[in-house]
Design a protein around this ligand. Structure first.
Ligand code: NDP
Length: 274
């Protein structure tokens, strides 16, 4: 019988996950399809019950349901528990368990740049994505991670939990030249004339500047970093690798990520840089 998978979110019409997973199902000879489902917060419980009744084999969860889905599931793994957020649900028999592949997806993407775990890393932001990335960096041996955030208390809390350091924004701006990798995880600075979340005045040429936002493909943060002679990494890699890890959890197969990065990049109309 044909299997089916889904992504639930609000909004969802912009999602590139169906294109990505349907392509991988085809490439791997799997008779399955991937459906985007618009679920408003007030309908989450009902939507999950319908997915179960209709026998979904697994699904992705995106904004704003990443936390709200947790009490509905039969359990979560350590990564999702640490992040207090689920982006991937895996079915085992009748049980639906939550996981989170965002942080590992980012680190897989970062490793394509051959960045050394000895690098000094600055993480800008302390929200859901930054949380996953800070834990994943630590798991993968990046020992020197500093977090800065608009609300400093959140940076301090995340740093304490993930074994990182925290730094107030003004100090991070002054010491920007000390860092080898700077990772932008907020969604600010995307609009015309909007300030970046941090001034890049003191960034050092040769630093790797990574932005996890992938639409636009080259964010204002990456444009400024490029002008300053930095290497850049956009968010397409994180998106594709988080999907690839979910795909492997569902099917046991490792999909082709290089072709997918090309395909998504072309779809978004930019150049993938690493
Ligand atoms: P959250 O809402 O959890 O976190 C938002 C972060 O942005 C917080 O650190 C917040 O700081 C900061 N922020 C918000 N407004 C401002 C502002 N005006 N000035 C300075 N900082 C601000 O969001 P997520 O972490 O879930 O997602 C962040 C981005 O990452 C989104 O754009 C999302 O699309 C993208 N993303 C990309 C993925 C990919 O696959 N490439 C995967 C997941 C997310 P404060 O604590 O002070 O409020």
């Amino acid at each position: 019988m044909k299997k089916w998978y889904a992504v639930i979110g609000d909004p969802i019409s912009h999602s590139l996950s169906p294109l990505m997973h349907d392509t991988w199902f085809k490439e791997n000879g799997i008779d399955a399809t991937f459906i985007p489902i618009h679920v408003e917060p007030s309908n989450l419980k009902q939507a999950f019950e319908s997915l179960q009744t209709l026998g979904v084999s697994g699904f992705n969860v995106t904004l704003p349901h990443k936390q709200a889905i947790i009490p509905l599931l039969d359990g979560v793994d350590d990564t999702a528990s640490m992040m207090d957020a689920v982006n991937t649900v895996v079915r085992g028999g009748k049980l639906y368990k939550g996981s989170n592949t965002d942080g590992d997806g980012f680190v897989e993407s970062l490793l394509t740049t051959e960045s050394s775990p000895d690098s000094k890393v600055l993480l800008i932001g302390a929200g859901g994505a930054a949380r996953g990335i800070s834990f994943a960096l630590k798991r993968r041996g990046f020992g020197d991670v500093t977090i800065t955030n608009r609300t400093h208390r959140r940076a301090e809390e995340l740093a304490d939990e993930s074994g990182s350091k925290s730094m107030v924004k003004a100090e991070a701006e002054k010491k920007l030249g000390d860092f080898d990798i700077i990772i932008q995880t907020t969604s600010v600075g995307l609009a015309e004339n909007e300030a970046l979340p941090i001034s890049l005045q003191n960034i050092r040429a040769g630093t790797l500047a990574a932005d996890i936002v992938y639409n636009p493909i080259k964010t204002p943060f990456l444009k400024v970093a490029e002008e300053k002679g930095c290497k850049t990494l956009n968010g397409v890699g994180m998106f594709v690798y988080q999907g690839a890890i979910a795909f492997e959890k569902w099917t046991g197969l490792k999909p082709d990520t290089d072709n997918m990065i090309q395909m998504i990049t072309e779809k978004l109309g930019g150049t993938y840089v690493n």
